[in-house]
Ligand binder design. Structure first.
Ligand SMILES: NC(=O)c1ccc[n+]([C@@H]2O[C@H](COP(=O)([O-])OP(=O)(O)OC[C@H]3O[C@@H](n4cnc5c(N)ncnc54)[C@H](O)[C@@H]3O)[C@@H](O)[C@H]2O)c1
Ligand SMILES: O=C(O)C(=O)C[C@@H](O)[C@H](O)[C@H](O)COP(=O)(O)O
Ligand SMILES: [Zn+2]
Length: 377
């Protein structure tokens, strides 16, 4: 594909050995070829296109026109943008609409959007008629590098993040990094948290690459087309390797949850949507690194390196707000990694390597209390 900057970027395809087996494709400008990608899957012409209210304005008419020209019959459903939509009420409204449409078992659902649309619509696809074909077309950085990959779908519960859901793999993931050019700055920034996460948990080289290019990556003034596609593809590769080994998080997959124990608790306690997922994960990684350092597992130098990179991307590294440490400590008991009532923490040992381990309640309490001590902006 020839991009606006004149750079040539060939599509990068990773076949994923999970679910029924499917391709995760990174294709700059690939959204324009969505009908061709769908045609290759041999789907019936009627497709159910789900997106959110922001993306509808930017992309819906173009996608619908392209699909229609190619002989598809797209039916559009729009959810309100934002984390609050990942709810039982929205899900229920989706089922009602699919039933009104008399959607059939072989007809596909397309989740076009960020992680909110991907998770919720993915769960609807997993459960409607016990499962219909799902196509993930992630449009946010966070969804392209993480949410659309690996088959976790679900919604939030008032008590905790993603507590209701299913593992359900799509028939295709089509990530077009050109869509990232319309992402607002805050939403672009939050996506880098999950990219930094991959560096810490699995890939010291990726971490160093991010350190080298953070200025150009964080501003997007001159979108680094090839580099961006390569980073998205690298993150997909790293995640796919983990999920191919441990699809349903019986063990190793838990490493992908680095920073999420506190991050998810913060998202819930502060009210879904106040902190974007990536922002909460950034703070969660800072707190987790502090915990690992306090336990003598992670060096002060590496903690500094992690936090410096997060900050350079414009991510929060100091908690400023009104949440109380005791509420976070209570909420982490509902973390999905709890086994035998013990929270298991993803703890960095060095950049590129983590372990999953319980930590003492005393140390957790000390670090979390210090982290959420009242700080005003
Ligand atoms: N399933 C998983 O493995 C997984 C992994 C990571 C995160 N998640 C979930 O993903 C969600 C966060 O995803 P997110 O950060 O993408 O949030 P999101 O879906 O709310 O998208 C962020 C915002 O960006 C807008 N947006 C998205 N793409 C755009 C584009 N190309 N142009 C303009 N605006 C665009 C959306 O309308 C929204 O307002 C959380 O619910 C999180 O729990 C799931
Ligand atoms: O795919 C995974 O596994 C992850 O942990 C990726 C996370 O970035 C993501 O936020 C995921 O939704 C969290 O899963 P959960 O099981 O903790 O809800
Ligand atoms: Zn996440």
């Amino acid at each position: 594909m020839l991009t606006g900057s004149g750079e040539q970027v060939a599509p990068i395809v990773r076949h994923v050995h999970a679910g029924e087996g499917y391709d995760a494709v990174v294709d700059w400008g690939g959204l324009g070829h969505l009908p061709q990608y769908l045609t290759q899957l041999g789907l019936p012409p009627r497709v159910f296109l789900f997106t959110d209210s922001n993306l509808q304005k930017l992309y819906a008419s173009t996608i619908i026109a392209k699909l229609t020209q190619a002989g598809f019959e797209p039916q559009l459903y729009v959810v309100p943008a934002g984390e609050a939509s990942k709810s039982q009420q929205q899900l229920s409204a989706i089922y009602d609409w699919l039933l009104e449409q008399k959607a059939e078992r072989r007809e596909a659902i397309i989740a076009f959007g960020g992680g909110v649309v991907g998770d919720m619509v993915g769960y609807a696809a997993a459960t409607y008629l016990r499962g219909v074909p799902l196509i993930q077309v992630p449009t946010s950085l966070l969804a392209q590098v993480d949410a659309a990959i690996g088959g976790k779908t679900g919604i939030n519960h008032p008590q905790g993040k993603n507590l209701i859901g299913a593992f359900y793999h799509p028939r295709l993931v089509l990530a077009d990094p050109a869509t990232l050019l319309t992402l607002p700055p805050r939403e672009r920034t939050e996506g880098w948290a999950e990219v930094v996460k991959y560096g810490i948990i699995l890939d010291a080289e990726l971490f160093a690459l991010l350190e080298e290019h953070v200025n150009v990556l964080s501003t997007f003034t001159h979108p680094p087309v090839a580099l961006l596609s390569q980073i998205v593809a690298r993150c997909i590769e790293l995640k796919v390797r983990v999920i191919e080994e441990d699809e349903r998080e019986q063990g190793r997959r838990a490493i992908l949850n680095y920073g999420h124990t506190i991050g998810h608790a913060l998202e819930n306690v502060s009210g879904y949507g106040e902190w974007l997922h990536g922002e909460a994960v950034s703070l969660g990684m800072v707190a987790a690194a502090a915990l690992a350092q306090a336990a003598g597992m992670f060096s002060a130098d590496e903690v500094l390196r992690q936090n410096r990179l997060l900050k350079a991307f414009g991510l929060p590294v100091v908690y400023q707000g009104a949440v109380r440490a005791q509420d976070i400590l209570a909420k982490i008991q509902l973390d999905k990694k709890v086994v035998g009532k013990r929270v298991r923490w993803v703890m960095p040992k060095r950049i590129g390597e983590v372990v999953v381990t319980p930590m003492t309640d005393e140390l957790v309490s000390l670090v979390v209390t210090g982290f959420f001590a009242e700080k005003r902006p």
